[in-house]
Design a protein around this ligand. Structure first.
Ligand code: 13P
Ligand code: SF4
Length: 309
């Protein structure tokens, strides 16, 4: 009987033949994370992409993350399994009003969350991720006016943490985190009174007020792994369960469904499938293509961010 090659084996063969590295965000399906060379949050993935060797980066996440990888390592071919894997925060912040804002307010500091288009990054002074947003804003002289974009919940959280008054906040939001209802969190707390609540800062303020720990995706995973608690209510995308079970075997994790889909999955992240990963490695499409000018302009705020520890 002929042995059949599984999809996973095909991907591993293609990865070797293409001299490709497979980077995956924690929100990807478990079967994708299992094949990845590295799994991380957006900051960790940016750092990994920068140092990636080989010819190809297969980026299993959303498009803006792959654009960031291309800016940091432009000689690599960067592919994403699904070209439509966008992000509601990127979609909430078109570049034209940002260009106009810059024209009118040349002395303001524009701080963009990494969840923005490459064009918006190119108009920015500094970038940040959920992991370093507080440090990034704290690095700006207090007398300078800041425009923080595009996530209003992360912006409000940063403002509260830094105490910064002269800061305007764009009013974009994440379709996953912003729609976690506090009512459901409170029900879950009543059902699991021993559980520690961990939340991503893209959640609304009332959810954050009812949380015990707030941090980026990897910070949440590290916290749950190190904590003495045995039970957690997790206010972020449920793809993190794969990494949580790896770092904290035997602990219990409860997820709160949002109002849109009655789940806690990002529809953009979940567009990537194993079949599409295989196809993207075969065809080297969809591929991130950026002009040298755009790369140079987006690299500046990105490098400023990476220099802040
Ligand atoms: P992290 O920076 O925590 O990876 O978050 C990215 C993201 O898209 C959260 O929804
Ligand atoms: Fe964007 Fe939200 Fe999906 Fe993260 S979870 S990629 S912020 S839509």
């Amino acid at each position: 009987m002929l042995a059949t090659t599984t999809l996973a084996e095909e991907i591993l063969d293609l990865k070797r033949d293409r001299r490709a590295i497979l980077l995956a965000h924690h929100y990807q399906d478990a079967e994708i994370q299992e094949l990845a060379d590295f799994v991380g949050d957006s900051l960790e993935l940016a750092r990994k992409a920068k140092e990636a060797e080989g010819d190809v980066i297969a980026f299993c996440g959303v498009w803006f993350m792959a654009e960031t990888a291309k800016v940091l390592n432009p000689s690599r071919v960067v592919v994403v399994p699904d070209q439509d894997a966008s992000c509601s925060l990127v979609d909430s912040c078109p570049v034209e009003p940002i260009r106009e804002y810059r024209r009118r307010n040349p002395d303001h500091v524009i701080v963009s969350y990494i969840n923005t288009s490459i064009e918006v990054k190119a108009e920015s002074d500094l970038l940040c991720t959920s992991r370093n947003a507080v440090q990034v804003v704290n690095s700006i002289p207090p007398e300078r006016m800041v425009l923080f974009l595009p996530d209003r919940n992360l912006g409000a959280y940063v403002q509260q943490q830094t105490g910064r008054q002269n800061m305007k906040i764009w009013q974009g939001s994440c379709i996953v985190h912003n729609t976690f209802p506090v009512r459901r969190l409170l029900e879950s707390k009543a059902a699991y009174p021993e559980a520690v609540v961990v939340a991503h800062p893209e959640c609304p303020a009332d959810v954050l007020r009812n949380s015990d720990f707030i941090g980026s995706t990897s910070a949440i995973i590290d916290f749950c792994g190190a904590s003495e608690a045995r039970e957690f209510i997790v206010m972020t995308e449920s793809g993190v369960n794969f990494s949580l079970e790896r770092v904290a075997p035997g602990k219990r994790f409860h997820y709160v469904a949002n109002e849109n889909c009655n789940c806690s999955e990002c529809p953009f992240m979940r567009m990537n499938t194993l079949e599409k990963v295989r196809d993207s490695l075969r065809t080297l499409e969809p591929r991130v293509e950026l002009s040298a000018e755009l790369i140079a302009r987006a690299l500046l705020p990105l490098e400023r961010m990476l220099a802040i520890r």
